[in-house]
Design a protein around this ligand. Structure first.
Ligand code: PMP
Length: 526
């Protein structure tokens, strides 16, 4: 049975899992623990720090979520009630709006689009952002057309003066060699505007970002291994280094482009330059998960907000991994005082059981046409919505006790990891992150004496090598971050207790000792 996955699902991945030692089949899971059978048939208990890549803030199969699911199943809640007023979905959207409004200190409500996966919420955000941009552009073009007619009429009636240099603009010569009349000028203007508008919309994202792997969202994901083959499918994305505010000015200068318009200024016909919406969206994870647990700082957040305001470009804050309380607040972005125009949420929203995601858009930006042009058979079902409601109730009860617990448990784990860094500064380069969203970075091993370590460094696989060891020898399930294999990522549940933390620190202490001594035969297991 175990070979079916490798034969029919992911042949290459199954080989990789076998090579690393992660080729186990879990049979059950509860809280922070998962269970599999070893070769002798004995059940092995594993402490799960991978935590469904962030989907398990409440742990595996949390009783409150299972209860909510059972109640709905017993009550025969309709899962498929498309094209009707969906009760629990409405309640969920209202609750999400309230929490995000409060956390982001927003002065307006949000409209919620529900989807099935994280990448799908990102795709919906991209589509809405482009819809917003195209409509803005249409309004601008309508205004320019009206202005042209208005000026043409004024010229015909002789109530406006044509300044002698009006037809001299060198910009216009590029399109019509010899501009001699207002009509020539308009032909040149339309040519110029058409050429500028043929540019593809610009999406901005950070280096090391991860926003999904669907055909469009993957264009905003930094890792070339995921993106390279699909680059010609679309989206012009410019990537900006983390906390590099100067890059924003540079991009604004490099991409500067204006449309031409005409008007009457002081009784004279004038050529007017207008900025136009070139930027479709800025996507941002407040703390990058797959990229190696890197946080946006307060100042960079401010610079991004200012850039987006200046360019009238929606800021999409991707809280798919960082949100839902993981960092000690519902939104990690609220902890740095950064306000988004759109928010995406997923992972723990489904309580470890349902698959769903949500896109929240500020009401004053939301285009009601979007609800007609975007849908999915499986989105908005009352079953997933009911589960998400149970999750939100859990997070919000006792005045947000679980947010505080996430911060406190995260600090306890972080202190343990920092004590390791203090003891092994030659092995551990950095401990970073917030709440239950932490990263431990190992120093590169390219200069190691041990050939095994040099090879893992060369193959970018040190974190995977260690993950295999931790699973098989220490009974701990953990994975490196997607794009930085030297960084182990910790995303346990809020219920991680002190004993589990001590166990993690002890196990990693042994790993550090092995790495320090380059005693890599200890990393080898059958
Ligand atoms: N955005 C972020 C920040 C993520 O971490 C992820 C998943 N790791 C996604 C988007 C994509 O979510 P999914 O895997 O559900 O498509």
């Amino acid at each position: 049975m175990d070979e079916h996955y490798g034969q029919y699902v992911k042949p290459r991945l199954a080989k990789v899992l076998r090579a690393i030692g992660l080729d186990v089949r879990y049979e059950r899971a509860q809280g922070d623990y998962m269970y599999y059978r070893d070769a002798s048939g004995a059940e092995r208990r594993v402490l799960d720090l991978l935590g469904g890549y962030g989907a398990l803030l409440l742990g595996h199969n949390p009783p409150v979520v299972l209860d909510a699911a059972r109640r709905m199943l017993d009550a025969g809640v309709p899962v498929h009630a498309q094209f009707s007023l969906r009760g629990k979905t409405g309640e969920l959207a209202r609750a999400l709006n309230q929490i995000v409004r409060r956390d982001s200190r927003s002065d307006t409500d949000f409209v919620v689009t529900l989807a099935n996966t994280g990448a799908e919420a990102i795709e919906a955000a991209i589509k809405h952002a482009e819809l917003e941009r195209v409509k803005k552009l249409e309004r601008l073009l309508d205004a320019i057309t009206l202005n042209i007619e208005h000026v043409r009429d004024a010229i015909r009636r002789g109530v406006v003066e044509i300044p002698p240099d009006l037809y001299e603009s060198t910009d216009m010569r590029e399109y019509v060699f010899d501009v001699r009349s207002f009509d020539d000028l308009i032909v040149a203007l339309i040519n110029h505007n058409s050429k500028e508008m043929a540019r593809r919309p610009i999406f901005l994202a950070l280096e090391k970002s991860f926003h999904g792997k669907l055909a469009t969202s993957v264009q905003l994901t930094w890792n070339k291994n995921f993106r390279r083959a699909f680059q010609s499918l679309g989206l012009k994305t410019r990537f900006i280094a983390m906390n590099d505010a100067a890059a924003l000015d540079r991009i604004a200068r490099e991409e500067e482009s204006e449309l031409f318009d005409v008007g009457i200024v002081d009784g004279k016909v004038a050529l007017i330059r207008r900025p136009w919406p070139q930027y479709a969206a800025f996507l941002l994870e407040p703390i990058q998960g797959e990229g190696g647990i890197h946080s946006v700082d307060v100042e960079f957040g401010r610079a991004i907000r200012a850039f987006c305001n200046q360019q009238d470009c929606p800021l999409i804050i991707d809280e798919i991994q960082s949100g839902m309380g993981r960092t000690g607040a519902f939104l990690a972005s609220s902890q740095i005082g950064l306000r988004g125009d759109y928010y995406t949420l997923s992972k723990s929203l489904g309580g470890g059981l349902a698959k769903l995601s949500a896109l929240l858009i500020r009401q004053d930006r939301y285009d009601t046409d979007f609800g007609l042009v975007h849908s999915s058979t499986f989105a908005e079902d009352d079953f997933s919505s009911g589960i998400a409601l149970a999750v939100l109730e859990q997070l919000e009860r006792d005045d947000g006790a679980l947010y505080r617990q996430a911060a406190e448990r995260g600090n306890a784990l972080k202190r343990g990891l920092e004590s390791l860094r203090d003891r092994y500064p030659d092995v551990i380069k950095d401990i970073r992150g917030r709440g239950l969203f932490l990263g431990l970075e190992f120093h590169p091993r390219d200069a190691a004496y041990s050939q095994i370590l040099r090879t893992t460094d060369y193959a970018d696989s040190l974190g995977y090598f260690i993950a295999g060891y931790l699973l098989r020898i220490e009974g701990i399930r953990i994975a490196p971050t997607g794009s930085s294999p030297n960084v182990l990522r910790f995303e346990p549940s809020v219920y991680l207790d002190d004993d589990a933390i001590a166990r993690v620190v002890d196990a990693l202490d042994r790993v550090c000792r092995i790495l320090r001594a380059e005693d890599t035969l200890h990393l080898v297991f059958p």
